[in-house]
Design a protein around this ligand. Structure first.
Ligand code: AG3
Length: 283
């Protein structure tokens, strides 16, 4: 797991020996935070690489292939998202994309690991000033606790966590989905990344079933993400009367999108046949 001296590459090993790697130009640094091992590299062809506990969080060149599908489909399907909550997302990429929406009055981000915010702010800069935006409120804390205790309600809740295994597991539990449902306004959308379609299929199906038990409607989609074992899956929970299959193309103008194409929103829902069959079975 991790940096490979012989290859001069960082390689993330997924289950069944499936690897995703990047040739490294420079090892920028490595530290053990209160919660996890954090590594930062300069890669040969994809800019900086951020790694947490041996798993690729993002590569600088291509990170939008994750942040765009995580943020814009829900933001554009919601009729008027004003109050947005982000759980995780310490690098600031999700916050940056959320704040592109003019409807947003307040975006709260709750990240458990202060070091991720610090390191990203200082050495990565993909937040592009989002942390300083007056509409942003950045908090360090446990997202599960925060959501349980807040009196606030949100239009959109975005979970930008690590994998559905290990420390973030709680974020994929039915109990947590229930809390999230309660803390959404009458009409609201919830989205979570839910792992590699091929390599975390069971975790994905478990999360899908949990969400099905809680939300009024659940949608699955996947997207080819640069840096992860693609395709990557996302799950959307709907509360109230919102059609996630339709997005507002007017509001999509001016977002400067590169990967997610709102004019082809329906293509998000393509999936391998066996995944459709499994999801139908779990429903
Ligand atoms: N959030 C982590 C997605 C999970 C990646 N998993 C993996 N490589 N095994 C990304 C943080 C970016 N804001």
């Amino acid at each position: 797991m991790g940096f490979n001296e012989r290859e001069n590459a960082f390689i993330e090993w997924y289950p069944r020996g499936y690897g995703v790697g990047f040739k490294v130009k420079e090892r920028l640094f490595e530290t053990q935070t209160k919660y996890q091992r954090l590594e930062l590299y300069e890669t040969e062809g994809f800019g900086k690489l951020l790694v947490l506990d041996g798993t690729v969080q993002l590569v600088e060149i291509g990170e939008e292939s994750y942040h765009e599908p995580l943020v814009h489909p829900v933001m554009l399907a919601h009729p008027n998202p004003k109050n947005v909550l982000i759980i995780g997302g310490g690098d600031g990429g999700t916050l940056r994309e959320v704040l592109k929406h003019e409807t947003v009055e307040r975006a709260v981000m709750v990240e458990i690991d202060e070091m991720v915010i610090e390191v990203s702010r200082l050495y990565l800069g993909i937040d592009k000033g989002a942390f300083e935006d007056p509409r942003a409120e950045v908090m360090v804390g446990d997202g599960v606790e925060f959501l349980r205790n807040t009196n606030e309600k949100f239009d959109v809740i975005i979970v930008d966590s690590t994998d559905p295994v290990g420390p973030a597991k709680m974020l994929f539990s039915e109990e947590f989905f229930k809390t999230a449902y309660e803390k959404l306004n009458k009409k609201g959308l919830y989205i979570t990344q839910s792992g590699s379609v091929y390599l975390f299929t069971n975790e994905l199906l478990d999360a899908y079933r949990g969400m099905k038990n809680v939300f009024d409607e659940v949608h699955y989609f996947s997207f080819p993400v640069i840096g992860y074992a693609s395709p990557w899956s996302f799950l959307v929970g709907v509360k109230g009367d919102i059609d996630f299959r339709k997005v507002d193309l007017e509001r999509a103008k001016g977002l400067g999108l590169y990967y997610y194409d709102p004019e082809r929103h329906e293509t998000l829902f393509q999936m391998p046949r066996y995944v459709r069959e499994l999801l139908e079975k779990r429903a």
